[in-house]
Design a protein around this ligand. Sequence first.
Ligand SMILES: [Zn+2]
Length: 347
Amino acid sequence: MRAFCIAVLFALFAASAGAQQPFAVGPVSAAPGTTASGTIEIPARAGDEGTTLPVSVIHGAKPGPVLALVAGVHGQEYTPILALQNLLRSIDPKTLTGTVIMVHVANMPSYLKRTIYYSPVDGKNLNRVFPGKVDGTLSERIAEAITREVIERATHVIDIHCGDGNESLRPYLYWITTGPPQVAEAGRQMALAFGMDHIVVDRGRPTDPAGSIYLSNTAITRGKPALTIESGGMGEIDTDDVLRIERGVAGLLKHLKMRADGPDPIAAPVLLERSEVLLAGFTGIFHASVQKAQTVAEGAVIGRITDFHGKVLEEIKAPFAGEILYVVGTPAINKGEPVGFIGATGG
Ligand SMILES: [Zn+2]
């Protein structure tokens, strides 16, 4: 019994005194105080050729939180992918406490074929098939690998997006409140630490871990605080949009005590308690009447959908007074797809 206690005490001491073990994500293993990069293979199955997940592990010399940063869930969302390229070089594993996992391009088929929303292989939206299926379509297998190798290994998860290649978007992040209260509160503090001035309060996500649908919600339904970030859009490479993501991660590293220095949390962000995605009722040509970040009155026309001969099929109107968080900025529109997203501070 005594020997057992000493063994347990020794193990606890070793874990807390910085006797860090290597940290592996799939085949990519980093020794303490080092960064390692490599690839998780998603093997081929009948109907597709499989794909790859490029990942990095920045493993601090001292133990601490495991922060997962995921970019490229939608392959034409470039600002998060570029921000992670910069962060990979700027986060020093020798001074880091804990571990950062990066997924540089989560949806490689969509990235390489430059598709919005949907995988060119199976037609599915990767951010609607979590937690994924080991024997599913390619998007479902990518989701399963991210769930198993990244989300299950992390303590905190950030899914970084921007407006897709057709979405003109003002920056904001989603604070998801549907998890257990302590997870929601940890998420609120992370949202403030990320420093963005518009926060969408998202109360409607599923609570079933087996049907979590979204990447960040897959973490939350497993008891891990998570955020979804939006900064950039329209397939553009705007330096401010990239820097905003880098600054947000720096704020998180400080908040999680993974690094001593970093920006302070935002004190008084705009909390958007009410928000609504506006959907197209028709397929055709979308003509936007508003711009991102524009304030609109209830009933204001957001845009019109015409048929291919110019006849107006639908006028989409603001359901309440608020701010345009994103609006579709290119003509192509399919029935049931978003044309815009509006938020307001009132509950
Ligand atoms: Zn996205």
